[in-house]
Design a protein around this ligand. Structure first.
Ligand SMILES: C[S@@+](CC[C@H](N)C(=O)[O-])C[C@H]1O[C@@H](n2cnc3c(N)ncnc32)[C@H](O)[C@@H]1O
Length: 300
């Protein structure tokens, strides 16, 4: 199966350079407020897509088990260093376009700052919908092409691409901004109903961030976030959607191995061997090393 290209974070120090040293305390706090407003208080199984170094994972502590999925093992190792290895966290290296999970298992999923890298967003969203249980909650953050700055730049003739049209814009290779209506359309076509929309990062301006303390700016952001119900002109938008389609519902799995399927042949009975999982249908082996289940490429 051919899949779209992956924006590879292998070897990246994204968490440190972008978040810890990049002056992004305001954005981090504003996202925490939005997540708190959208997350169910508790649940069994949560899937965090494009989890990175686990920046948001502690915010999902109401869930009994959290699967952190990312294509980059570097990011997952950093997440492990932060969160540790316990039964609560399951670390999975895989491609969002080729999810290694049986259908209908997760009570909730989040995808924060990762749709951003999807050249075929509808395809990625389709994979996600399949692994959710009926009525599961999906919290999606997307980068908004219809933001105030891009509208002004376009109207002043300083930007060629049109922020009002529905197609995504690739402003840097494998970095995409989306139109809010396109996101709503795709989610609707997949059988999601939108429960809540919050606009986030209203004040992402260098000068403001320098003079107003991050905590205060984030609190102000929190005040304006509910206006996302009516209009969305911020660079970041959070959507809370519910899976309304009558998809299959697995009983809450007890063992980790029961969560998985083979991403090559979709066989659902993987066998646990030392250092790898084995698919008896297509004879592929998938590495398990240092607590990371690796479904990116079958073992040679
Ligand atoms: C901008 S980072 C965001 C990380 C985290 N969600 C956060 O907000 O701190 C995007 C993450 O998505 C992951 N990613 C990108 N494309 C992916 C794909 N096709 N499958 C799985 N992960 C992917 C990257 O490895 C990276 O860790």
């Amino acid at each position: 199966m051919t899949t779209p290209p992956v924006c590879n974070y292998e070897g990246s120090d994204y968490q440190r350079s972008f978040w810890e040293q990049g002056g992004r305390e305001y954005e981090d706090r504003a996202e925490a407020i939005a997540l708190k407003r959208m997350l169910p208080a508790s649940g069994n199984l949560m899937l965090e897509l494009g989890a990175g170094a686990g920046r948001n994972t502690p915010r999902y502590s109401g869930f009994e088990r959290i699967v952190l999925l990312d294509y980059s093992t570097t990011q997952l190792i950093q997440a492990q260093e932060k969160l540790g290895c316990s039964d609560q966290y399951i670390y999975v290296a895989a491609d969002i376009y080729r999810l290694p999970f049986r259908d209908g298992q997760f009570d909730a999923a989040t995808m924060i700052r990762a749709l951003h890298h999807m050249a075929d967003a509808p395809k990625a969203l389709r994979q996600i919908q399949k692994v959710l249980r009926p009525n599961a909650i999906f919290i999606l953050e997307f980068a908004n092409k219809l933001n105030l700055k891009s509208i002004l730049r376009y109207l002043l003739g300083r930007q060629k691409w049109n922020p009002f049209t529905l197609e995504p814009v690739e402003f840097v290779k494998l970095n995409f901004d989306f139109h809010p209506r396109a996101i709503r359309n795709w989610l609707g076509e997949l059988g999601f109903s939108i429960e809540k929309t919050l606009t986030v990062s209203h004040f992402r301006l260098g000068l403001l961030k320098r003079i107003v303390p991050a905590r205060l700016l984030a609190a102000l952001d929190g005040f304006f976030q509910p206006t996302g119900k009516y209009w969305q002109f911020t660079p970041s938008v959070f959507v809370k959607a519910k899976n309304k389609s009558d998809s299959r519902a697995e009983s809450a799995s007890l063992s980790v191995i029961d969560l998985f399927k083979c991403p090559d042949c979709e066989g659902e009975k993987l066998e646990q061997n030392s250092g790898h999982l084995h698919c008896p249908i297509c004879e592929s082996n998938w590495s398990v090393e240092n607590g990371i289940y690796d479904f990116r490429e079958r073992m040679k």
